[in-house]
Design a protein. Structure first.
Lengths: 301, 160
């Protein structure tokens, strides 16, 4: 009984996705700030595990920060999360326009021109919207690897959303322990496609390795770098952050290369992961309120 | 999506566009302005809060309970607005079925209903005794009139 209730009304259930679509279709743009403000308060209490995860991550990202202030920061993070998913739904349903600026445009151009590449991003800002926009702007297909949804109906809804928003240019694959996915991705890269992967939190039963983030040892997925090494393609760190109402900023960083001839395989992957960790640190430190890693990444101290 | 700088500013309301035009910009119709979104949203929400709070003052006694009601009020208005969107959506579904409404989203209809309700409240405020309430009502009605006038002016300017 409780399980049924949880499946139907739980934070990750499809009900909230449907409600978000309803809200975007029915709430005029000028009433969204107020509506999102109150929904963020609701989810601040309703999604307690997510709130606790944000708090535990903030302790490490902002060392020495006040616990009380971090409670407000956790709310701000959820508020930003609500905005980004609302904007992505708005784009999907109404093709609403957004303004964006690009930092590191030369790297984005390189990515667009690459014959096979890995777009490495994080659970930051509107990564969903970013993939769709990139695919449409550069007329490139993107294979997006996502952490599996715990609810099957939610996963179907996400798939349909990408199909609708990206007009077929974004294909979603779920990161599971299956061996088929890495092979599919490898084939996609070798045929010249771009594969987008989120590299800021490990997925259970999926390859990961220890690296340093904010002075702590964390496990991050090493799959993107193994793929890059095998396929000999660059890894482009890209983030899309919300900086004002209907305004986004794309941050593209210099590609990370995993060259086969350099050193041993392990050393190459570890070095690449260190560069990725430094990039993540820089972006998260500056935009901590848009890091939507809703699971605790750092071990409890 | 648009790249900032390559396109002109975007405003949803004719009044904002006309003000921007008068200062040398070439804005277009788009929902890019945070000032419009946050400003108008707070004004609509604020007017609703004032209206309900003043109505409660007549019915809710004693004062302690009235203050508790005031604390709950912002949340109650939020929940009330969700109900309003839902009821309107049912009406829109009916209109769609009858072939009388065909917009992609329900937002245009919801916008007309909300603007009408707030304008009625503002009209009611104009006849209130408290000066600040009267001013609030006049401010809203002034903005509304200027926006309607801007729509007409914009139409003539675009045709010229």
């Amino acid at each position: 009984m409780a399980g049924d209730w949880g499946r139907r009304f739980g934070v990750r259930s499809v009900l909230w996705r449907h409600y978000l679509d309803f809200g975007v279709s029915n709430v005029p743009f000028y009433l969204r700030p107020v509506t999102i403000f109150f929904w963020s308060i609701f989810f601040y209490f309703f999604a307690a595990p997510a709130r606790r995860a944000i708090l535990s991550n903030l302790k490490v990202v902002l060392p020495g920060s006040s616990g009380w202030l971090n409670l407000a920061r956790a709310w701000l993070t959820l508020y930003n999360f609500a905005w980004t998913i609302a904007d992505a739904a708005d784009y999907k349903l109404a093709r609403t326009e957004f303004v964006y600026t690009v930092e590191g445009e030369e790297f984005l151009e390189q990515l667009a021109a690459a014959h096979g590449a890995i777009l490495l991003t994080a659970h930051m800002g509107s990564y969903d919207l970013g993939a769709v926009v990139f695919a449409q702007r550069y007329q490139r297909e993107i294979r997006m690897v996502r952490a599996p949804e715990s609810d099957e109906q939610t996963a179907q809804h996400v798939d349909r959303s990408f199909e609708r928003a990206g007009a077929g240019a974004v294909k979603v694959a779920y990161n599971t322990s299956s061996m088929a996915l890495p092979l599919d991705m490898l084939n996609a890269i070798r045929t010249g496609e771009i594969v987008s992967i989120q590299g800021d939190r490990p997925v259970p039963n999926v390859s990961q390795r220890a690296t340093h983030l904010f002075g702590e040892v964390v496990q991050l997925p090493d799959g993107p770098f193994m793929l890059a090494l095998v396929a000999q393609v660059p890894v482009f760190p890209v983030f899309i952050l919300r900086n004002a109402f209907h305004h986004y900023k794309v941050i593209a960083r210099a590609p990370i290369h995993c060259l086969r001839a350099e050193r041993g395989r392990e050393a190459v992957i570890e070095a690449a992961m260190e560069i990725w960790s430094r990039t993540l640190e820089e972006v998260i430190a500056e935009h901590w309120s848009q890091w939507f890693s809703l699971v605790p990444l750092f071990s409890k101290r | 999506m648009r790249t900032a700088g390559t396109r002109p500013l975007g405003y949803a309301f004719a009044l904002s566009r006309l003000v921007a035009r008068s200062t040398g910009f070439r804005p277009r119709r788009a929902e890019f302005s945070g000032a419009e979104a946050y400003g108008l949203g707070l004004l609509v929400y604020g007017i609703t809060c004032v209206f309900v709070a003043r109505a409660l003052a007549v019915f809710v006694r004693p004062l302690a309970i009235y203050f508790i009601a005031l604390v709950i009020l912002p949340f109650a208005i939020w929940i009330g607005s969700l109900l309003l969107y839902y009821i309107n959506s049912l009406l829109i579904a009916l209109l769609r079925r009858l072939g009388l409404y065909s917009a992609v989203t329900n937002n245009p209809f919801q916008h007309v209903v909300i603007m009408s309700l707030i304008s009625l409240i503002a009209l009611r405020f104009v006849f209130e005794e408290a000066v600040w309430v009267r001013l609030l009502g006049l401010f809203w009605l002034g903005l509304l009139s200027l926006n309607l006038l801007s729509i007409v002016i914009e139409k003539f300017v675009d045709e010229a």
